[in-house]
Design a protein around this ligand. Structure first.
Ligand SMILES: Nc1nc2c(ncn2[C@@H]2O[C@H](COP(=O)(O)OP(=O)(O)OP(=O)(O)O)[C@@H](O)[C@H]2O)c(=O)[nH]1
Ligand SMILES: [Mg+2]
Length: 294
């Protein structure tokens, strides 16, 4: 008898910078979500899809869970928690290079009621500072009995075994996406994300968190080039100066690096036209946050 097709939505959760997006990209074999060393890089639920002949896993990469009263952090947390409820399975990523403190404990408590459907991935085992036994001890205390895998999302170590276990546990169900889909993101969202990644990689301190990329327009030229026009919105005049850089050097570098990545992602060339604007209040604008963070 032929084996029944299985499928599952898998919510990927964990602290900021645990390596959730890196893991999803490794599993899907494509750069689906942006990655940076800055905590809270991911602001939206980003779907990455893995299709095998007998199984489809749809990963929901979520913003890192971080307790804070700020409107934006609350919104990020709401988005992550909603995914836990809706997902068939949960993949809890723990960073083995950092001691599990209060933030990790808050996440573990949140996961207790989802323990039945949760798998744990102890990540960054390739790093010198990695302490796998500490992470495993924490899991044993807080969420006993979880199926746990030691992995390096970056190097790919242990990822096959983790994926095999997830596929095996997935319920019988149809494929939700065509088999050549590895994400469901709109091109204009992906473009804005890649631009934001470059800001995260090249600026420091509070600046990455002060930026969002506002879509203005896009159109296709006769030669098949996609032209995307966007605005990098920052909170302060001084930040605008940094993003533009001396004689426009920084914005040019951001644009060139983003265009290079985008040319690998899309089958057509992408040309960016980027401006910078100051809006001191964007992070308190609930309506805007609802649109930006979903
Ligand atoms: N050494 C090592 N570094 C890793 C590994 N996985 C991720 N990283 C690094 O950890 C940092 C954070 O990775 P992300 O994938 O952006 O983490 P995230 O959990 O998605 O973070 P947020 O979106 O901010 O919640 C990046 O600098 C990654 O390169 C790993 O397996 N080993
Ligand atoms: Mg992320």
């Amino acid at each position: 008898m032929e084996q029944a097709h299985t499928s599952a939505f898998v919510a990927v959760v964990g602290r900021p910078s645990a390596g959730k997006s890196t893991l999803m990209n490794t599993i899907c074999g494509e750069k689906v979500a942006i990655v940076s060393p800055v905590p809270q890089t991911t602001r939206n639920t980003v779907r990455g899809i893995l299709t095998r002949p007998d199984c489809q896993l749809v990963f929901l990469d979520t913003p890192g869970l971080h307790d804070s009263d700020k409107a934006m952090n609350k919104r990020l947390k709401d988005v992550a928690v909603k995914n836990l409820d809706e997902a068939d399975m949960v993949l809890y990523v723990i960073d083995s290079t950092r001691a599990p403190g209060a933030e990790e404990e808050a996440i573990a408590s949140l996961l207790v009621r989802f323990a039945e459907k949760t798998f744990a991935a102890v990540n960054k085992i390739d790093a010198r500072e990695s302490d796998v036994s500490k992470a495993r001890l924490f899991l044993m205390e807080k969420l006993p009995g979880l199926k746990t895998f030691d992995i390096s999302a970056e190097k790919g170590t242990g990822v096959d075994a983790l994926v095999a276990a997830l596929s095996l546990a997935a319920p019988v169900g149809p494929a939700y996406y065509p088999d050549d889909f590895y994400t469901d993101q709109e091109p204009v969202f992906r473009i804005a994300e890649i631009v934001r990644e470059k800001v995260f990689l090249h600026t420091r301190d509070e600046l990455p968190h002060a930026v969002y990329v506002d879509y203005v327009s896009h159109h296709m030229l006769d030669d098949g080039t996609l032209v995307y026009e966007g605005i990098l919105v920052v909170e302060r005049e001084s930040q605008k100066g940094i993003v533009i850089g001396k004689g426009g050097a920084m914005i040019q570098q951001l644009r060139e690096e983003a265009e290079k990545d985008l040319n690998d992602i899309f089958p057509y060339p992408v040309r960016l036209s980027l401006k910078v604007k100051v809006d001191p209040h964007w992070k308190r604008d609930e309506k805007l946050l609802k649109r930006l963070i979903q």
